[in-house]
Write a protein that binds this ligand. Sequence first.
Ligand code: NAD
Length: 303
Amino acid sequence: MKNKVVIIGCGNVGMSYAYALLNQRTYVNELVLIDLDQERVIGEVMDLNHCLAFSPSKISIKAGDYADCKNASIVCIAAGANQGPGETRMDLINKNSVIFKSIIKNVIKSGFDGIFLIATNPLDVMTYITWKYSKFEPNRIIGSGTSLDTARLKYMIGEKLQISPKNVHAYVIGEHGDSEFVPWSNANISLQNIKDYLTEEELNDIYINVRDAAYDIIKRKGSTHYGIGMCLVRITNAILGDENSIITISTYDKENNIFIGCPATINRNGVREKIYLKLNKTEEEKLTNSINIIKEAINKIEE
Ligand code: NAD
């Protein structure tokens, strides 16, 4: 089966995704890169092709244009402005929504009929914009959501307890941004609630470190990209492998008409279903706050 992925926006995030794909066994056998900076894309393609002799995957890689989206399984958009030091993800909204309108128009014009995978910030808003301008069914629009935040959370809890992050069953949900939160009442290790392992204060410290991780990294190295690269590969494999895997992505919330991070089952058709968590009162309030922040941001662009 042809499993073609097109990446639009080949900066730090787009290229970390491409490089992570080459370093794993994936279902992807064709990779096309698109960016405003054509010369850079040609250089990136040369560099990636030079990995193939030692890559576990066999992938055809080329620089392309929008016509290449026509028979793609996944179009991933990582184009647009990145956060500067101290800048919030929401600060990028106007710049990136303008960029998205033209990108989506071009992708749709190609006859693309696959799944959109969005990485650009503010993530939940850009995912909504993709849905709105593509007019695709919502199951075919996936934002990376709180997958990265969840990966950070699993790592930090794993470090604290000296256990593998793979055995930490805890998730970040809500906005991929400052209002995200951890529903600790649903967080488990070895079938026991996490509160049996860590104090409220320890849990709160971990949450703050997860929430502020992007700021902490950007302050030091200018951007965060390896983590999101791995998340995008994880989501790609869940789609192309028809895995029915559960990942915290940004998906459609019909009741509020927004996209927001929550666990969802992912397969070849995109999102099979969103998983509704049982939240306690405080967690419900945090979710409502996150919903309101995303709604407000969406309303601002539509004005
Ligand atoms: P970057 O500046 O390194 O790369 C952006 C690329 O987009 C550049 O190569 C630029 O030429 C290209 N571009 C801009 N407009 C374009 C257009 N119209 N068509 C095609 N290409 C275009 O930025 P980055 O560090 O790669 O970050 C990209 C986005 O990903 C940012 O919005 C950033 O905030 C976001 N991000 C998201 C997550 C996440 O968890 N979802 C994590 C990190 C970064």
